[in-house]
Design a protein around this ligand. Structure first.
Ligand code: DQA
Length: 147
């Protein structure tokens, strides 16, 4: 069975109450439950994690290299700043999907640049919490095609 990691970055622990007009009212634990239920339906193992710390996200990506087949990463604001996450993705040789709840290209100019897109296999943004299961489908289908 395929194993995937869904990794969430800073401030995503506050989903549900954080700027609901932008990010919706679904909490991160709602999203985790949704992903776990969907993982069973499509027969994949899923691990779900969140950190507010850049180095912890780098460590989680390194650990995934040994144990996972691919990663879905919502790096939050680090998307727009982190050379370290760019390098981690480039180093682990796993397919990584960049994910955002909001459409980052329809927002402030500073969100239009992503350090992750050049090393991700693809980007899903703008579909809210539903983006997580869309990303799971995309990753599993990528893994099937690649094998
Ligand atoms: C986000 C978009 C980022 O620009 C922002 O900093 C976040 C959340 C999203 O899911 O829409 O924290 O990654």
């Amino acid at each position: 069975m395929r194993s995937i990691l869904i990794l969430n970055g800073p401030n995503l622990n506050l989903l549900g109450t954080r700027q609901p007009e932008v990010y919706g009212t679904t909490t991160l634990s709602d999203i985790e439950e949704m992903c776990r239920t969907y993982a069973q339906a499509i027969s994949v193992n899923v691990a779900f994690d969140q950190s507010n710390h850049e180095g912890d996200l780098v460590d989680a990506l390194h650990a995934a290299r040994e144990t996972k087949d691919g990663v879905i990463l919502n790096a939050g604001a680090y998307t727009h700043t982190s050379v370290a996450l760019h390098d981690a993705i480039a180093s682990i040789e796993l397919p990584v999907i960049e994910l955002h709840l909001s459409n980052i290209h329809a927002r402030e100019a500073f969100r239009h640049r992503s350090f992750l897109s050049p090393v991700a296999i693809g980007l899903i943004c703008g579909f809210g919490a539903r983006g997580y299961t869309l990303a799971m489908d995309a990753l599993v289908s990528h893994l099937e095609t690649a094998s």
